[in-house]
Design a protein around this ligand. Sequence first.
Ligand SMILES: CC(C)(COP(=O)(O)OP(=O)(O)OC[C@H]1O[C@@H](n2cnc3c(N)ncnc32)[C@H](O)[C@@H]1OP(=O)(O)O)[C@@H](O)C(=O)NCCC(=O)NCCS
Length: 411
Amino acid sequence: MTTQTSPAAKPASKPHDAEKAAAFAKGLEGVIGGQTAVCSIEQDKLIYRGYEIHDLAEHATFEEVAFLLLEGHKPDSRELERFKAEIVAERALHPAVTSFVESSGAWLASGRAVPMDVLRTAVSILGHTDPDCQDNSAAANLRKSKRLLAKIPTIVGHMQNVIDGRALIGRELGGDPTLSHAANLLYMMTGRKPGKEEARVMDVSLILYAEHEFNASTFTTRVISGTLSDMHSAVAGGIGALKGPLHGGANEMAMEMLKEIYASVGEKGIGTGAVDEWMQKAFDTKRKLMGFGHRVYKNGDHRAGILMGLGKKMAATLPGTFGGLPAPKWFELGEQVQKIMLTKKNIHPNVDFPCGMTYFTMKIPVPQYTPIFVASRITGWCAHIMEQHGDNRLIRPLSIYTGPAERKWNG
Ligand SMILES: CC(C)(COP(=O)(O)OP(=O)(O)OC[C@H]1O[C@@H](n2cnc3c(N)ncnc32)[C@H](O)[C@@H]1OP(=O)(O)O)[C@@H](O)C(=O)NCCC(=O)NCCS
């Protein structure tokens, strides 16, 4: 039997407990997790590669923003046409992905799966069908980014067709090649080509959702790609992180909350103290109100006002009722809730709050709000995955041990 000698003691490279405790921030609040050239968040500005979000929401299209994030600069007209043609050409799904989505109907109907789960699995299968799946080179990553960007709306559209029990729309081509990313997404979900205004509101919502620095899902994609794992694995992880109600899932929960308030106060209660009473009960029970608050923004989310303004303007033109209420009434209720939150709690809405009302009055089923977020955020995730792979170092923080003191197994 050979005796093993202990390796020579290495100089201590880990911080001591006191240093760890001093550096610790629960939820990594305030911790700088890396460097990025993709996006900058400041209290008074949100910037994508040098361009401010109000400027982009007013003057750019989602396709231009997607190009900016993925290819790194503002496209000229030829680059944009080339990019749009590349995306349109990649919209259709491999039959393996289509057949998985078709087979997901029973899980969705039983509630065992929600659309975000089906989308996550479908993205994993997309990886198996992608010839570049295991190639992490910059060129392969860019090709995969474009395929993911093109195919995710097709998955979302087909999934909604399955839920609605109708034939898949745009099965051969992934929709209508003449439609923009935003308009095609709506078309594939509903079979109806949206009007110009509706398509633009969706387009702007996708611009607003495209990128947000080191948020939880993007950080997840960077942690996964930091192990030199592949883009599809990182995106599947990102979808899992985005699903949570404290992150992207908040756009669905914000609308569910508004529906709950309406069910409680009725149409006549909107604009009255009945809403204040509902909110007070929520405060008394320490309930988190979805679509409010932000880890970074303390004076409000720049994106929320943009989407609120657009959604409200569109709602004013919409005839009929939505879940029992005329479209403008949902915004009236939303504005009242915002006002009470600000006055009583000094907490501002985030982009998910107006998103809920906006998508609801576009007649989009609530469980698809977060998958639509994915159809946009895929651009930011892929930009970060490429940045991580381009200058990689494994992401591996430390922890503070809080378990039992060392003890003997046989003692
Ligand atoms: C986004 C969010 C997770 C940020 O969390 P955080 O930075 O950890 O902030 P905290 O949860 O510690 O909140 C700080 C304080 O504000 C309160 N607060 C924050 N967001 C709140 C909300 N949406 N509703 C009610 N109270 C809220 C907390 O209860 C806490 O109060 P306390 O100090 O009295 O305990 C949190 O604001 C939240 O849960 N919001 C709702 C979900 C949501 O909209 N997510 C989308 C984010 S873009």
